[in-house]
Write a protein that binds this ligand. Structure first.
Ligand code: LLP
Length: 434
């Protein structure tokens, strides 16, 4: 067990194991960089969230946020667990349909949706979560111009609250680009109600990501429920569902508080219960859209040390990954725990900085960490990389994106091929006369 991570352990050889699989053996067979995901850990996290939310007297549906990790094998795990999908692009809608999800289980939230994406969603019968009044007008036009069936809709509301997270991860601030401002909600629903092609089904918010203070959910939900009450009173609309979004944070480092799923549920349902009673609402179905909470700590990124460089100021450990493989440290100064996987039982000996192999100064994977003495050939594991890891990888510096495997109870299977040089040039067109 590494910290609170019960699915990680150190075996008798001093090697890090995930889901009972020796990471040193795995990296030897599969090469590095390699994303390794523990299927059972995903199931455990899903179970925690599901039981915390579904014991509150409401119908609850977990719409897994595809953007966190879109490996098809992982999408399939969620489908088998009974999750629906929160998607943001035509590609993600297609992925959901591809694995066999029913259109009714998909909610399409995204800003700046194209007309083509809107039409595609309507034709497939996927619920469209409208992000602006302008998008509503475009959707109305699309529905009336084409011989399409009715569109099922909800609105993403911007409740204008601070989620107390990294500024890049806040999405429901007054000044955020997302959603319909809460003060304009009534006008938006009134306009949708007048259109015979639209069926209003729900309301939505998503206030940000990596939120570690449940009270901010209470504040935002209270704004949302005020709108739900107003819709009932003024427009006679009883919404079928309330979607509270995702954003439930995890413990990446010792200084982060570990928040149990029930703490988030407590904060949200206190407000919902109150509004349901106060406004005599029919009990709505509750949707949540977690990504990180479900997949982040299921995964380690294995990367090999090739260079040890001592400067007068710092000791750099150079590895075969960079922000092309794991963007989060460079993008958000995000912290990922580092373990020397082939000597995971050794104590800390020195302070080092794990440097990526991208040709940019910002490409540091971990700053100033106390670790065992590291030599070239050692295997580094970056923990909690299952959310926004592989999906944000790029081919920058003309390097292929990594492979991925799924482990469970001591066995592993390959779920994503390592790219090759052919993949790097597959979209390129070299004009014949050049
Ligand atoms: N619903 C909507 C509408 C979203 O935009 C997101 C994430 C989620 C649900 C899931 O949020 P989660 O439960 O995973 O926090 N790349 C960043 C995170 C960006 C989150 C974008 N939206 C990172 O690496 O931290």
């Amino acid at each position: 067990m590494i910290g609170h991570r019960t699915h990680l352990s150190v075996n008798e050889k001093g090697h890090l194991e995930i889901g009972g699989v020796d990471t040193v053996v795995l990296a030897g067979e599969m090469g590095t960089p390699l994303y390794v995901t523990d299927e059972d850990r995903i199931r455990t996290r899903y179970g925690e969230l599901h039981s915390a939310f579904s014991s509150r007297g409401y119908g609850v549906k977990i719409k897994y946020a595809y953007k966190a990790n879109t490996s098809l094998a992982i999408l399939k795990i969620f489908q088998n667990l009974g999750a629906g999908a929160d998607v943001l692009s035509e590609g993600e809608i297609r992925a959901a349909l591809h694995i066999g999800l029913k259109p009714e289980e998909i909610i399409f939230t995204g800003n700046n949706k194209t007309d083509e994406e809107l039409l595609f969603a309507v034709q497939k019968g996927v619920l469209i979560n409208i992000d602006s009044i302008h998008e509503l007008e475009r959707l109305k036009r699309i529905c009336s111009a084409r011989d399409v069936r009715r569109a099922r809709v909800s609105f993403r509301i911007n409740p204008a609250v601070s989620p107390k997270t990294h500024p890049y991860l806040a999405t429901g601030l007054r000044g955020s680009k997302f959603g319909v401002n809460h003060k304009k909600a009534l006008a938006a629903y009134t306009s949708a109600k007048e259109d015979q092609n639209l069926t209003i089904e729900g309301i939505h918010m998503h206030i940000g990501s990596q939120i570690l203070d449940p009270t901010v959910y209470a504040e935002a939900t209270s704004r949302l429920m005020d709108i739900v009450c107003e819709l009932k009173k003024k427009l006679g609309i009883d919404l079928r569902f309330i979607d509270l979004g995702g954003g439930f944070g995890i413990k990446y480092q010792e200084s982060d508080r570990y928040i149990a799923a029930s703490e988030f549920a407590d904060a949200l349902f206190a407000v919902i219960d109150d509004a349901v009673a106060r406004c005599s609402l029919k009990r709505p179905e509750i949707f949540i859209e977690p990504g990180r909470f479900l997949v982040a700590d299921s995964t380690v990124l294995l990367t090999r040390v090739n260079t040890v460089k001592e400067t007068p100021f710092k000791k750099f450990i150079g590895v075969d990954s960079g922000f092309n493989t794991l963007a989060r440290p460079a993008f958000y100064n995000a912290y990922h725990e580092v373990v020397v996987a082939n000597r995971a039982g050794d104590g800390a000996k020195e302070v080092v900085t794990i440097a990526g192999n991208v040709c940019e100064s910002g490409d540091i994977l971990a700053h100033d960490r106390s670790l065992p003495k590291i030599v070239d050939g050692d295997l580094i594991a970056l923990l909690d990389t299952g959310a926004y890891g592989l999906v944000m990888a790029s081919q920058y510096n003309f390097r292929p994106r990594p492979a991925a495997v799924l482990v469970s109870a001591g066995r592993w299977i390959h779920i994503r091929k390592r790219e090759t040089f052919d993949d790097l040039i597959s979209g390129e067109i070299l004009p014949p006369d050049m």
